[in-house]
Structures are given as structure tokens and as C-alpha cells.
Design a protein around this ligand. Sequence first.
Ligand code: AMP
Length: 303
Amino acid sequence: MSLLVVGSVAFDAVKTPFGEVDEALGGSATYFSTSASYFTDVAVVAVVGSDFPEKHLVSLKSRGIDIEGIERKEGKTFRWKGEYGYELNEAKTLDTQLNVFESFKPVLPDSYKSRKVVFLANIDPDLQRDVLNQVKEPALVACDTMNFWISGKRDSLVKTLKSVDMLLINDGEARQLANEPNLVKAASKIMSMGPKTLVIKRGEYGALMFTRKEIFAAPAYPLEAVFDPTGAGDSFAGGFMGYLANTMNFEPSNIRKAIIFGSVMASFNVESFSLDRLKSLDYKEIEARFREFKRLTHFEDLG
Ligand code: AMP
């Protein structure tokens, strides 16, 4: 089954204690679609400027990603600049330039309108709704956001949340959105805003899933070499949504598996800068790491 994503396609300038890059390919839709492409067909809605090299679009296309919905406009591509400290858990945003996204009015290609699974990646919540309103009968809608939009466009974001089934955010964003320091209380406040399922990503501490009935916890894969966490959240979401779109099974037990696939994809992504590792994986490596997750968390019940 097929997946649709709206989000940023960007140039990132990133500094970590282990190195730095400038004008690197990034953006929420870029990481998401590359990660999801290992599981299902994925179509992207975004905008790039006249400075965006064709080779990056060719590289997305070579992974089977549908780029018909990526518009090219006169002007500069979205740019984000961020920095990470030694613990690598949270990015400090140094600069955000929306550029061509500021005046973007997405018009979905006809072939996109019947997509059944929709991911509203991190982007202006007005744009998230513009896209969602053009999809005919989605079976599953999930969304992401970040502090920039929670503080800058809260009312619009709250409107978007009313129409989504799932929200995937990190722990800092959950606390900020709910205005509540305790994550369990924050989760129930957020679920009362619309999403029935909430996935909270906690960097090297793994992920938590909340529904009205249950909580599921997954660890992060213990890696020796973490170079750049940029895109970890989006590649998590790509593996998670890609697996759900592939199976079209939204039962809690399958959502748990999707969380592990999300964790697997995020763990590969952080092993290199930009999309270097993520774009050249073999599905066998993904399966092998999924099984390592199973071993990592398995223990016997009490006798
Ligand atoms: P994450 O998965 O949370 O690490 O997302 C990192 C990506 O988000 C980077 O590649 C950025 O280009 C992109 N990004 C950063 N800020 C924004 C924003 N305000 N809106 C959309 N995308 C953003």
C-alpha cells in the first residue's frame, strides 16, 4: 500500500562534537521518504528552490520515491542550522530559513489523492492541513512537529492535531505541547487533543507508545558510533509508517513491530552525517537489526 508525506526538503548545516557539514541534504520529508522507501511506495509533497541540485532529486528517485509532488520555485531552498552537545540527544536550532516554504501552496498530483496512509512530517501546520484536505479517504494519518511550530504556530498545530490518528514527537516537544513536565500526564493531555496513539521518541533512551489502553516501551539500539542524530526522528517515522503502510494492519501488536522498525531505521541513520548510511542499506541488514532488538529486550516470565 502506498504512503504520502508532506515535509521539508532542506539544506542543513550541522555541527556535532565529531564533525560538521554545511549545505548537506536534509529535511524531514527527505529523511522520512528515504527510510520509508525500504518498506513501501512513498510519494513526497515539498518545495525546493532554484539552488537545489538535480542530483539530490535523482537520488530520491533512484530509491523509487515518487517526486512528482516536489515543486521547484524561484528562490532559495529551506535551510536549517543546528548543533549538538556531547550527549547528542537534543538539537539546538541556530537558524531556520523557511525561504520557498513561506509562500508554498501545495497542489497534489491526482495520483497522490487516493493514498491511504499519510504522514504530515515536521513543517508548518497550515501546510500539513492543506495537504491532508486534498487526500480523499485516508485510512491512517500521523503527524510530527517541533518546538519551532509548537511555540510559533500553536493554534494552527492544535487544529491539525484534531484530524490525526497518531502523533510522533520527542520528549521535549511532548512536555512543551502539553505544558506538563511528567511524560505520562503529558501523554494523556496530548491524546485529549486528537491523536489516539502517541509515540514519544527519547533519543538514546528509546521510544514510548501511549494509547488509551496501554503503554509500550522500546529501547534504542546500543551503538558505539553515533555521528549525527539529525533526521533520527524522521527516519524513525519513515520505518514506522513504512511498515504500517506495507502491512495495513493497525492493531496494537503490529504497531509495536512498527516501533521497532522505526528504531532500527533511526539507529542506522545516526551512524553517519546526512543520509549517507540511510540511503544505501540492504533490507537484510534491517531485518538482522530488527532481530537484534528482539534479543536485546527478551526476558523470561516469572516461573
Ligand atoms: P529530526 O528528525 O527531528 O532530527 O529532523 C531534522 C530535520 O528537520 C533536518 O534535516 C531539518 O532540515 C528539518 N527541520 C528543522 N527545523 C525544521 C522546521 N522548522 N520545519 C521543517 N523542517 C525542519
